[in-house]
Design a protein around this ligand. Sequence first.
Ligand code: PCA
Length: 201
Amino acid sequence: MKTLLLTGFEPFLEFPINPTEKIVKELDGKQIGQYQITGLLLPVDYATTSAKIIDALQTVKPDAVISLGLAAGRTAITPERIAINCRDGAQDNKGNSLQDSPVVEGGADGYFSTLPIRKFVNVLTEAGYPAQISNTAGTYLCNNTMYSVLHELNGLGLNIPAGFIHVPASHELALNSKKNIASWSDQDLLTSIVLIIEALD
Ligand code: PCA
């Protein structure tokens, strides 16, 4: 049995609920497809998030890594194609904001996801769940996490599937949000991530 490190994030900014937290708590310890899942909840904190997931790479020694994050306003499940070496934008949960700051000083400009993102999109759409590849993970904590993991794996010469998937808001979040955002049921979000894990070789 292979091991999957599955990460999600705590709530952040104006979003009091992060549906990825629920998904990770629900799937932690479960066996899906070829994988035993180790769930990890990440803080939204430039200073500690990367170290936390890199620590987990060392302790869990996963055969694959899927990180999940909320992209409020998106209408589909969106596997990310690329992470870029840039942090720029809103405050994290510690009140720190960055501008034009590299994730890794002197690091590569970007890293492509090593997850089978096209297969994920095909599997989801065939099952009736809207999905599309996203060409930007932004410049906030999600991009930061995806970049950090791919940079670390690259440095270690570890060729395991790893990458990031953004999900839309849940109904619960939409109801608790001041913004008018598209939402999915928790069950559909969960089923989509299960389908993605089942599609992983
Ligand atoms: N989404 C944010 C950070 C945490 C999360 O769930 C992002 O897209 O960067």
